[in-house]
Structure formats: C-alpha cells, structure tokens
Design a protein around this ligand. Sequence first.
Ligand SMILES: [Zn+2]
Length: 311
Amino acid sequence: MYAGGRLLLMQLQVLLVAGTHGNEINGIWLFEQCEKSPFLINTHGIKTIKVIGNPEAKKAGTRYIDNDLNRSFLAESFSSMNSSNLEGVRANQLVRLYGNQGENPCQIVLDFHTTTASMGSCLVVYGRREADLALASLIQNRLGLPIYLHETDKKQTGFLVESWPCGLVIEIGPIGQGLLNSKIISQTKLILENFLEQIQQVKNLNLLFPEKLIIHRHIKSIDFPRDEEGHIDGYVHSLRQSKDWQPLKKNDELFYKLNGETIRFEEDESFIPVFINEAAYMEKNIAMSFTKRELWKFKPEWKQSLIDLIN
Ligand SMILES: [Zn+2]
C-alpha cells in the first residue's frame, strides 16, 4: 500500500519484555548485554523491540512501586489517563508505544519472568486465544516445556500479554528475587531464540505443529493456614516443598503447623500443584495453585490464527 509516496508494509515486530517485575533481573541483565553486543541473541531475522517492563521498580529492587504491573493492564485504567499509580501509567504507556495499534506496533509479546518456585521453565497462557495456543504448541513441541493455562480466576486479572493479539509469559526458576544465575540466564536465551526461530518458521510457512499438546489447566489457588486473626500459622510441608508438577493424591501432606498438625490434600481427584511457596504470591494469599493435566488435540484454526497474525 502506498501512502504519500511511502511504501507502508505492516512489518511483524515482536515485543520482548523483561522486568515486568523489577526484582526478576535475569532477563533484564540479558537485554542489557544485548545493548552492548547486538548479535548476542540470534533473532532469526525477526524484528524485535526489547523493553524493561518496570524500570522504576528495577531501580528500587522491588517487584513493583504502587501496584503489580502485571495486574495493571485493565480496561478501566486505560479509559482514565490520569491514573494515580505508577504502574497504571506505565501499563498505558507500554500499550500506547508498542501495542498492536501503538506508535511502534508489535503483534506478539513475550514476557520473561522468573519464579522462586522449583518449576523449571514453563509457558503461561492466559485464556484460550487461538494464536497463543498455536505458539505455545510450537514451543512445547520443540523444547518440551509445560504449559500452564491460567483462566477463570476473577481475583487475578489485568495481565500484560492480554493487551496484545498474541502473547505468552515465560516463567523460569527456581531463582531468588534480585539474583543473577547462569542457568536462568542461559535458559532465558535458549527459550527466547527458540521462540524467534519458530515465529520465523511460521512466517516462511514452514510449519511443524504437533497433533496434541499437554495443558496444565488452572483450577484454583489455596492460601496458607491462618489463625483467627488471619496470621499465617503453618508453612508448606517438607514433603510438598519443591514438588511442583508432581501429582497430589488424597491425604498427601500440604502444610505443617508447629503444634504438630499436618494439613492434608482432601480432594477426591488428583491435582497438580504449581507455584509452591512462590515468594511473590504470599501477599496475594497464595501458597500454591492447583492444576489439572489434560491432553488437548491441536486445532487447525489455532494454526490459521497464528499464520494470519504473522503474515
Ligand atoms: Zn514475575
């Protein structure tokens, strides 16, 4: 299309975000190294824009300043431009600059996080958008990463990736907040390069989608045990600590109290726990989340949705 003599082509751009939480610093560090050595990451010819999600929180060494940025991408805060908190303003700014309709439009976003839970690396998909499921399938097929499908949790909304037509969160752990770790950095680089390689393959219509994908579907989150005043009076049981992704059966140990009481898993069906004792979720009253492991058949319309977005 020509406009004013200028050739306008909608070029695919992928937004890469690290430091949406200011104390998750491995991705931030990797991006900073890329500034010094632009060829550090093999982008497979895909145009990318790298941003630090919450630079103010990064400076302060905290997860956020006023509110969790990754719960601030809400329609109501976008409608009022005089948002009174730093993260509301930043969420607006990111969408204005890099949203699909933004000044420098990106169609896909990859949001790199770290977790203190012993989850290894996984992908988080929010809801059941077709392009997200297609892209997650490609990465699971390539790297074998688990997919955590986050949905139907009305208390947890306003995630960054939901403001782009396609977007996934990458969680890598375990790592303490504010620490650099060689394994986490190399995992971040590996996963990022594989994403860009797969996106390039979709662009070239050189597609290898799997027939099935394994989904860990969010069921619910549970709180720590608390006394009458609401103070935490028990901790994650030693047999449950660091046992993310390992199925729970009835009567398995969940929490231990110093009075000797063990709190057990009482559901009849088996759930798979994730984000066990994640440091950042204590303030959200989440000790761990339960998921159900499901085998889903890959749908052709997912593939078409991703192809339409990329080409
Ligand atoms: Zn995070």
